[in-house]
Design a protein around this ligand. Structure first.
Ligand SMILES: *Cc1c(COP(=O)(O)O)cnc(C)c1O
Length: 404
């Protein structure tokens, strides 16, 4: 069976994790802090806080920005549930925008149509690793006629004076937009290091701070560091120093810190990410595209344009002019040939919880169209050339059987 995206666990990872286990310090400590510095240097934003997941990171930022009841947050209808769930946790209203038919990312004209006096945050999602249209999105929230709608409630909101852009960059570590890496493309971005992501720490995430003046990103880092650790004035490492036991709780914070065990995965993975992981993933994407492009049955994904370069996270193939039922049948026939595939994602308005809140998929026609024709193919470091060929044959056979 060809798996979908197993993590790359080799001797280097095992050695680094073992080193941490033997060091006597397994929770947040020197390796997490080093991983943060390396991420900042790699992406080119201002400061990085590592956390226990992207979900936790997104929620921390919404809460830091003071998002709550009566506020609206705009996000694509086509994303993983985490992006929307955190808005619900804060008591705010998720406002779904339809996506592009070309590349699956949030449609900027839709964002503009949905902005109201209640909009506090926009959460673009870099679907499959392709950066969203950040130039247009950044300009939109700075436009005079959009800014005048903004009703700040907190000191931080007043300081920013406009809608915050919080990028769900769970897929897009290392992706580029006009030569700049995600993390540095907008106000704040959050990466995921979950086991299926390009760079994994088993579970984990990182908040990339890149706020414009007058914000001091280092000060915000310090605040969020405390906010993600009970609101405690000292972390465990600082407290463990001789005589340094006394601490204070400044506010009722959260518990979302990264452990040094996770950071040890991250350090090994990041060191080989650009020159090894991404190169390998790109080669897999290109082998798929060579096989499926120029065939009217298939629509291959966009992963490189003049402005953008993907992180090659999800190979989102579409089968032209099929129904959702046909797509599901094709997937069954692919699995019968010992190949695992996936669907990214089930649109949020189709999930019970969001349906119960009153969202309807009919309102997001492009999202539904993209979803109904989409099949995500396996991409992982140890996928061999012949493995890829096996996937291609399985997909073509399955499509032929179902579509004829
Ligand atoms: C994986 C994923 C998340 C959640 O990441 P975690 O680290 O598991 O919390 C959020 N958004 C998108 C688009 C994802 O794919």
């Amino acid at each position: 069976m060809i798996p979908f995206s197993p993590p790359r666990i080799d001797q280097k990872i095992i050695d680094e994790v073992t080193d941490t286990l033997k060091s006597g310090w397994i929770t947040t400590g020197p390796k997490t802090k080093l991983f943060e510095k390396k991420l900042t240097a790699y992406c080119g934003h201002k400061s990085t806080l590592c956390v226990s997941s992207a979900t936790a990171g997104l929620e921390l930022i919404l809460r830091w920005f003071g998002v709550g009841e009566g506020d609206e947050v705009i996000l694509p209808a086509y994303t993983y549930s985490a992006t929307a769930n955190v808005i619900v946790h804060c008591g705010a209203t998720p406002v779904f925008a339809d996506v592009n038919s070309t590349d699956f990312n949030i449609n900027v004209a839709e964002i503009e149509r949905l902005i109201t006096k209640k909009t506090k945050v926009i959460m673009p999602v870099d679907f499959a690793g392709l950066p969203c249209d950040y130039q247009e999105i950044n300009e939109l929230v700075r436009a005079v006629d959009i800014k005048k709608y903004f009703c700040p409630k907190t000191t931080i909101q007043k300081q920013l004076g406009r809608i915050l852009i919080l990028s769900d960059a769970a897929h897009s570590l290392g992706a580029e937009y006009y030569g700049m890496k995600t993390g540095s493309l907008t106000d704040i971005s959050v990466f995921s290091f979950h086991a299926v992501k390009n760079l994994t720490t088993a579970e984990g995430g990182a908040i990339a701070l890149n706020l414009p003046p007058p914000f001091d990103n280092l000060e915000i880092y310090k605040y969020l560091n405390m906010f993600s650790l009970h609101g405690q004035s000292k972390d465990a490492l600082a407290k463990s120093q001789a005589g340094n036991w006394r601490y204070d709780i400044v506010e009722a914070g959260y518990k979302a810190n990264m452990t040094d065990i996770s950071a040890s995965f991250g350090l090994v993975e990041l060191a080989r990410y650009e020159q090894d992981t991404l190169i390998k993933r790109q080669a897999i994407f290109e082998q798929y595209t060579n096989a499926f492009s120029g065939n009217s049955l298939f629509q291959v994904p966009i992963y490189q344009t003049e402005a953008k370069k993907s992180s090659w996270h999800v190979y989102a193939l579409r089968i032209n002019s099929i129904s959702e039922t046909q797509r599901d049948a094709i997937i069954s026939k692919i699995f019968e040939q010992q190949v695992s595939v996936n669907v990214h994602f089930i649109p949020l308005p189709m999930l019970s919880f969001y349906r119960k809140l009153g969202y309807e998929i009919l309102d997001y026609p492009t999202t539904y169209n993209n979803f109904s024709q989409e099949i995500s193919l396996p991409v992982y470091y140890n996928l061999s050339h012949s493995g890829i060929e096996k996937v291609i044959v399985a997909v073509k056979n399955a499509v032929k059987e179902v579509v004829g």
